[in-house]
Ligand binder design. Structure first.
Ligand code: CAA
Length: 260
């Protein structure tokens, strides 16, 4: 399938999604979001694709937000009638069981910060800047920013950022737990693809299960989360990949995975 506003490339078992509107700092208009929905469904359905990376074209921005020029022209009734942002924010994020990493280069503002936070984790370049500046436009985050930022960095910083619209640089984002790693800009994509390939080389059922469990930590009370974790552990010990993984360790050789 070909797209106009995003680029999709396969690097072995890793799919690279590049939001490609550098002239608008990769702002998310309806077409970008619709194309991402299609591309993520294809990624999820392809048994040969095991991990994703999402990034923005150009050096200046990951994504500078939802497209303000499009939103300025959109009647309020359309936001409600079309449940604006929901296909992407709820459906795709919930239905994508395979992991995907955000490789954040430059500005990740508003919807850009929100897309990055929807990813399973964020690898940032030293030039990355995160923010939820919607307050300056007279609105609030609309793709989960207030909720995910508060969970990622805690109330104090989330309030500070949402109420002032200020940006957080890469060092502060790493200190605050928003991003998992910071690398020089020239190494960002290479690092993200390498980390994704590493994940794609892990036992596939264990990849899906580990992602599911970490996400469950944000949805479940601790006692239920611990039971859920134990049950999944007890299921995975019955897989062929568990027998192979443990044999490979004992025999000091790499494992060969079957995904069953
Ligand atoms: N939507 C549409 N166009 C955007 C855009 C956006 N979010 N962000 C940047 N652009 C466009 C600019 O209009 C400009 O286009 P023109 O050349 O046609 O004028 C081009 O991208 C380059 O931008 P700037 O000239 O502004 O670049 P800069 O270096 O001076 O500033 C910036 C960079 C600080 C990121 C600034 O562009 C900016 O503040 N952008 C808007 C950030 C923002 O408010 N994002 C939140 C949007 S609301 C949202 O996302 C809602 C939600 O939660 C879902």
């Amino acid at each position: 399938m070909s797209y106009e506003t995003i680029l999709v490339e396969q690097h072995g078992p890793v799919t690279l999604f590049t939001i490609n509107r550098p002239q608008a700092l990769n702002a998310l208009n309806t077409q970008v979001l619709d194309e991402l929905v299609e591309a993520f469904a294809a990624f999820e359905a392809d048994p040969g694709q095991l991990c994703g990376v999402i990034t923005g074209a150009g050096e200046k921005a990951f994504v500078a937000g939802a497209d303000i020029k499009e939103m300025a022209e959109t009647p309020a009734s359309d936001f409600y009638a079309h449940d604006f942002f929901s296909r992407w924010t709820s459906h795709v994020v919930k239905q994508t069981r395979k992991p995907w990493i955000a490789a954040v280069n430059g500005f990740a503002l508003g919807g850009g910060c929100e897309v990055a936070m929807m990813a399973d984790f964020i690898i940032a370049s030293e030039s990355a800047r995160f923010g939820q500046p919607e307050i300056r436009l007279g609105v609030v985050p609309g793709m989960g920013g207030s909720q995910r930022l508060a969970r990622a960095v805690g109330k104090a910083k989330a309030m500070d950022m949402c109420l002032t619209g200020r940006m957080m640089d890469a060092a502060e984002a790493e200190r605050s737990g928003l991003v998992s790693r910071v690398v020089p800009a020239a190494k960002l994509l290479e690092t993200a693809l390498k980390v994704a390939a590493e994940i794609a080389g892990m036992p596939p059922l264990a990849v899906l299960a580990n992602k599911e469990l970490v996400n469950a930590a944000f949805e479940m009370p601790l006692d239920q989360g611990l039971i859920h974790e134990r049950r999944i552990f007890q299921v995975l010990v019955g897989t062929e990949d568990k027998a192979e993984g443990m044999a490979a360790f004992i025999e000091k050789r790499p494992g060969v995975w079957k995904g069953r």
